[in-house]
Design a protein. Structure first.
Length: 255
């Protein structure tokens, strides 16, 4: 009996040490992401202010006015998403990020993540965004958090892909798992950066003619949310300039 208590106490201490290490890593990742997140917040806000100033002059024709309104709305939505990311990153670092599980149709989640704002960004570059989620795959999870996962993977793919490129999103079933793949023909990821891509390491510098890629702010959040759902996420790339594929695997509900 005493031996059992000693073993239990040792296991408890080891678990506590592992937990403190995880919390420390999350805090370091979050601190490292702050400069990039601040830059993206300023970029979105400045873009919205600039287009709003042009609208105020009243000198735009109808086509340019429609373009300006769309740009203001797009950047306002992006700013709101970034603020939400900031809140979630803070909760993640403090261990306060929680799920509200329910039965979730993953096809609907993926379709919602690829809705109008993201498609508008893809059209503006332009980048082809194709989504295939034909089957109703059901799991127990937090619909909002899963939508965040899908949205961040698609947004990073669109951001990292130069004009004329393609982003292909596919949801399918593999045995007891749902598999979501997001593949792009963008700037790629070197082997050195693949190892830390989910710690917020930026993807490679965008080539000439391409908009600067996002700084990977959402990827640490993606990994954390996927792991909270009992899943895994991985990234592969053949190297710089050769695109990348992100794959999420999630356990399906037993029907």
């Amino acid at each position: 009996m005493r031996r059992d208590r000693v073993a239990l106490a040792r296991d408890f201490r080891e678990s506590a040490v592992r937990l403190r290490r995880i919390e420390a890593r999350l805090r370091l990742v979050t601190i490292g992401l702050m400069p990039g997140l601040s830059q993206e917040l300023r970029t979105a806000l400045n873009a919205a202010i600039g287009w709003a100033a042009l609208l105020r002059t009243g000198g735009l024709d109808e086509a340019r006015r429609a373009c300006a309104i769309e740009a203001v709305e797009r950047n306002a939505r992006l700013h709101g998403q970034l603020v939400s990311d900031l809140v979630d990153l803070s909760r993640m670092a403090d261990g306060r990020l929680r799920l509200e599980p329910q039965r979730v149709d993953l096809a609907r989640v993926v379709d919602a993540a690829a809705a109008a704002p993201l498609r508008a960004i893809a059209r503006a570059k332009p980048v082809s965004l194709t989504v295939s989620a034909p089957h109703a795959l059901v799991m127990m999870g937090d619909a909002d958090r899963l939508r965040t996962v899908a949205h961040h993977l698609m947004a990073n793919a669109v951001s990292a892909t130069p004009p004329g490129g393609r982003v292909t999103v596919r949801l399918r079933r593999e045995g007891p798992q749902a598999v979501l793949t997001v593949r792009d023909t963008g700037i790629g990821i070197t082997a050195a950066r693949l190892a830390s891509i989910f710690d917020g390491a930026p993807r490679e510098a965008a080539p000439a003619g391409a908009a600067p890629a996002r700084l990977g702010v959402g990827l640490p959040l993606v990994r954390h949310l996927v792991e909270l759902h009992g899943g895994t996420v991985a990234a592969v790339s053949a190297g710089e300039g050769r695109g990348a594929t992100f794959t999420v695997r999630l356990p399906l509900a037993c029907l």
